[in-house]
Design a protein around this ligand. Sequence first.
Ligand code: HEC
Ligand code: HEC
Ligand code: HEC
Ligand code: HEC
Length: 468
Amino acid sequence: MVRIAKSVLVIVGLAWAAMLAITIVDRDAPVPRRVLLRAAPAAKRSLPPAEPMAPLPRRYSCSASRCHGALPATDDDWRSAAAVWNASDPHATAHAVLFSERSQRMVRLLGGPADSADPAMADFLRENCASCHAPGGSASVAAPKPAEFDLSAGVRCEACHGDAELWFVKHRTADWQNLSPEAKAELGFLDTKHPGVRAEMCASCHVGSPGRDVTHDLIAAGHPRLNFEFAAYWRALPRHWDDAAERAESRARLGIAADDPTQLDAAMWRVGQIVSAKAWLRLLHARANGQPWPEFAAYDCAACHHDLRPQRRKQGNPVSPENLGALPLGEWDLAMPRLLAEHAAETDEAGEKLLQELILLERAMQRPLADAQAVQRAAEQALQALEASARDLDRRRMLAALAADEEASSAPASWDSAAQWRLAVEALHGESPLQNDLQRLHNVLNSRGDHAAAVDAVRRQLRTMLEP
Ligand code: HEC
Ligand code: HEC
Ligand code: HEC
Ligand code: HEC
């Protein structure tokens, strides 16, 4: 991939500190945007889909009317999956955005061809964008197969359900229903009914994975920063399946009693947090193996760019001698696992271990020109600790962690951690008395105001609600 000149940046120590004083993002530049802080369904695209009923897999047709192409009014939701996807799923047009004004500007800034008619354009998009925007028949979690990328269709059925090569014929037979999820998985059919497997599939594009990476180069050229939160994105995805059946199945897979729907929402949030943190750590591991390193997208954006909030972060003084040259780690994907670990650390060994490993990882990353191998080791340790932690956190305990005093737990000081905190409360609380205060926090975050008071208001309410 073509790199934007970064030679300026390989100046250690003082240069980092000096950069803090410079507002790099100018007003007309694309600002990191579109953090999904809403639970509303994904907005209708302004771009038309390539064709009505865009071509589905070349090798396999999913959208025949006898198969998944029936009209949405049909009783069985599975029959209308393709029609729903085609009409309202944001993934159906993910390829088309690559030809938008914004994308074409990105391509130019990244050193690609200037003209969309240039045959080199397709090559450039296939190399840099298609693994996420137009993966064709290439299954998501397995290594993407560039030969199958297809710029004429977005994120199609197989990208989420698995490469159909081995299961296409079988899944149309009566026997299919009797196969276990494991037997289906062996044929490459992804077990999307399991919330953990499902979240991992989403995260492979929405957080990133080896071979799929929204780097700082892409962001600087105008790509939105990826701010994935599984529970919120899951709510926003148009249903091409039977929602009640999916919830019942998810409860069964996660071992949750049927009588409390809020426990499922809480568990889904937790699954999403753990899966996203793991995906982020694996991506970091891969980034440390490649170029450029260090990868700026792994750091807190406000370390180099002025925070858009009037107040600076509370934690740490960036120009104190011991912090000179230190860059804080990006918080989006680790803030909530860390908060839970901090809360659990008092009573629970796994929580304590996780907290320790996350702190060691932060230290490894904070060193100027962080040592790639040390970061990889720290990421591996943190992954293991994450695996072992937070297995049985129930909703009440997680809420208690979110409601804890600043002294007992890290306050969501940065915009990233406060935004994640808000999404967490929304996914976990289930009851209405918080709605107004949550909405206010949402507004403050969206306008990048000082969120401390708004967080505190929600937290006080939460504490009252949790009192026995
Ligand atoms: C790691 C996967 C990944 C890669 C690689 C990637 N993107 Fe994206 N892109 C996404 C995701 C996910 C979104 C949606 C972000 C969101 O809304 O949360 C997105 C959103 C966008 C948007 C905004 C779309 C809109 O509707 O406003 C544009 C434009 C875009 N990408 C263009 C590109 C281009 C051009 C490339 C290659 C140079 C590229 N992307 C590479 C994952 C990726
Ligand atoms: C963004 C990822 C994604 C894409 C793209 C996608 N699906 Fe799905 N699909 C899911 C998830 C998640 C579920 C819900 C979990 C489940 O039931 O497997 C689901 C459920 C289904 C179901 C219901 C399964 C059941 O047993 O009830 C069918 C059928 C289906 N999808 C078919 C399709 C078809 C056909 C396409 C392409 C037109 C498609 N899907 C595209 C993610 C996706
Ligand atoms: C193969 C990569 C890929 C996978 C897998 C994937 N997505 Fe996406 N998703 C994208 C891209 C690319 C976009 C941006 C499309 C656009 O803007 O046109 C997107 C957009 C979205 C949006 C709209 C975001 C917005 O800001 O409006 C939602 C919601 C979403 N995805 C949820 C999910 C969920 C939930 C899953 C898992 C069930 C999932 N996605 C799996 C690539 C993927
Ligand atoms: C280590 C310092 C550093 C970090 C951390 C960093 N950036 Fe940057 N960023 C820069 C520098 C230097 C430039 C200008 C050179 C370039 O474009 O690569 C830049 C350029 C940009 C631009 C383009 C600005 C323009 O005027 O064209 C955007 C947008 C951007 N960064 C967003 C982000 C986001 C979002 C994050 C966090 C995910 C982030 N940056 C993290 C140093 C950093």
